[in-house]
Design a protein around this ligand. Structure first.
Ligand code: C2O
Ligand code: CU
Ligand code: CU
Length: 532
């Protein structure tokens, strides 16, 4: 019995635990390809005809430069034209500034700048905003216990000291993060610094043209083209998967490009789906360069052919379209991989709506067509930035076990309790975290609030991860640089260096959790207290 089969059987046990009907263990791979094509099916290249939504100076995903601009940001229910222009119920953050209105604005700020906004809860349930990746005091961080009720306000004011890079923000409502984020409450938070500006100049990049944020999300729609989120028991345990992929809220998007360099700031804003990103011309996989991860630019560009992107993670890539000719078509795709968890179980449980798009199929994300004349510099800078390794000379080791027990995903045996502090640390110390995922498990993208960390090593990785190694100590390209989210596969041990220095006053209580949002809401989250 191979590992995949074994895990499928393991998961049928889970399904039984939920009282769901069980047909039996399948000995073959999921028959994803057997599903009939459906409208917006991302497997079918010919569906890719919708212009990619490009962030402008206002409106949805409008870019808003925020240094010292005090904003009122309202979380509200709305509708949004998602599929073929049909209005779908949607949740968004809305603000107005200088006579313009923005929905899910892309905030942009210079490193060292000050951010101020008051969240107004215009929903009919609690909410709060978390600034994913930012190093800010805990009372600014959107801890779930800071959720505010309908009609209430929460004031945010903090200085952004993070490195330049692609951060983001999203709801972190207590027990409701998955539903609200899926419903729409998320966008980018872009920090600029000197290294970033140097790169922008060297490649003559322009945000919104040749430097594009791409938020990738999988969604499920009703027959009336309305967004659906009704996870059943199995989906709550495994994560919620959609079969229609949106990039910048566009299904089956296409983008006209010129033969030059493009910077794509990829954010996996999906609840549970992992992507394996490749650029393909026909059957040919084109190399691309990874220039940044969660916490900004790497020391230099790293050339790769594919890379995993887990929920919450960012991958900042340079794609060299100067190797292309007028009329060429390239697809940004997600390659098939072994998900090492069990969409098979959902099928057996009769909840196969999600299995229409499994992880064992290759599908398209974005079509790029070369229609424009050549322009832009041809040489990539050899150095991008400086990544100083965290000094682990005096570090203490903290072991963190990820496992399923009593039908719940747990961190060191714990599920979330707001008054418990399973991770209790001291300010200004350095720790090595050994994240160990059980063998009979699924991949968990583990996310730390408040601090960026560094990945030191990966051990006992599955074959498909070992094959992508080559960055020292079993690491893959998405482990490089500064990170706030790291994917831990079944059986793996991933070691992190964490520097808990800060200059905020008093004890700071953040959270550490799985960024599979169904897991998070089901309690795969613990308080992480950093004592003064
Ligand atoms: Cu992006 Cu606590 O999450
Ligand atoms: Cu976060
Ligand atoms: Cu998880």
């Amino acid at each position: 019995m191979n590992r995949r089969m074994f895990l499928q059987c393991g998961s049928s046990t889970l399904a039984v635990g939920y009282g769901l009907s069980l047909v039996g263990c399948r000995g073959t791979d999921a028959p994803d390809a057997a599903f009939a094509p459906y409208p917006h099916d991302p497997v079918r290249a010919e569906n890719f005809t919708n212009p990619l939504f490009i962030p402008g100076a206002e409106g949805p995903l409008g870019v808003l430069d925020v240094s010292d601009v005090p904003l009122a940001l309202t979380a509200r229910t709305a509708t949004f034209p998602l599929l073929a222009g049909r209005a779908s119920p949607f949740l968004l953050f809305e603000t107005s500034y200088a006579g313009k209105t923005f929905q899910n604005p892309i905030f942009r700020i210079k490193r060292g700048g000050h951010f101020a906004a008051t969240l107004r809860n215009g929903l009919n349930e609690p909410t709060i905003i978390h600034w994913h990746g930012l190093h800010i005091p805990a009372n600014m961080d959107g801890h779930p216990t800071d959720s505010i009720g309908p009609g209430k306000n929460y004031p945010y004011a903090f200085t952004v000291n993070n490195r330049g890079g692609t951060y983001w923000y999203h709801t972190h409502a207590e027990n409701l993060t998955a539903k609200q984020a899926y419903g729409g409450l998320a966008s980018f938070f872009i920090v600029e610094d000197d290294d970033d500006e140097r790169l922008t100049r060297a490649l003559d990049l322009k945000f919104g043209e040749t430097d594009l944020p791409l938020v990738i999300q999988d969604k499920r729609f009703s027959a009336a083209s309305e967004l659906v989120y009704q996870p059943d028991a199995t989906e709550k345990l495994m994560g919620h998967f959609g079969d229609i992929i949106l990039v910048n809220l566009t299904p089956n998007p296409t983008l006209e490009i010129g033969p030059r360099f493009y910077r794509f700031r990829c954010l996996n804003g999906s609840n549970a789906r992992i992507y394996r990103l490749v650029f393909m011309r026909g059957k040919q996989q084109l190399a691309y360069r990874v220039i940044g991860t969660d916490g900004g630019l790497l020391d230099r560009p790293y050339e790769v052919k594919d890379a995993f992107l887990a929920p919450g993670e960012r991958l900042d890539v340079l794609f060299d379209a100067s190797q292309l000719r007028q009329g060429d078509t390239v697809f940004l795709k997600s390659l098939a991989f072994d998900s090492m968890h069990n969409e098979g179980a959902m099928e057996m449980a009769g909840a196969n709506r999600t299995a229409r798009l499994g992880d064992s199929v290759e599908f398209n994300l974005l079509k790029l067509v070369v229609t424009r004349p050549a322009n832009g510099p041809r040489a990539v800078p050899a150095r991008l930035s400086q990544v100083e390794p965290i000094d682990v000379g005096r570090a203490t080791v903290r072991k963190v076990r990820l496992e399923l027990a009593g039908m719940r995903w747990r961190i060191n045996g714990e599920v979330y309790r707001k008054d418990a502090f399973p991770i209790d640390a001291r300010r200004n110390t350095v720790e090595i975290w050994e994240l160990h995922n059980a063998q009979q498990s699924m991949p968990h993208p583990m996310h730390m609030h408040g601090f960026q960390f560094q990945v030191l090593s990966r051990q006992n990785s599955p074959k498909q991860i070992r094959a992508l190694g080559g960055y020292g100590n079993g690491r893959i390209v998405s482990d490089l640089g500064w990170k706030d989210t790291v994917l831990v596969w079944p059986g793996e041990t991933v070691r992190l260096a964490v520097d808990l220095s800060h200059d905020f006053g008093g004890d700071q209580t953040y959270v550490f959790h799985c960024h599979n949002l169904e897991h998070e809401d089901a309690g795969m989250m613990v308080n992480m207290r950093v004592r003064a």
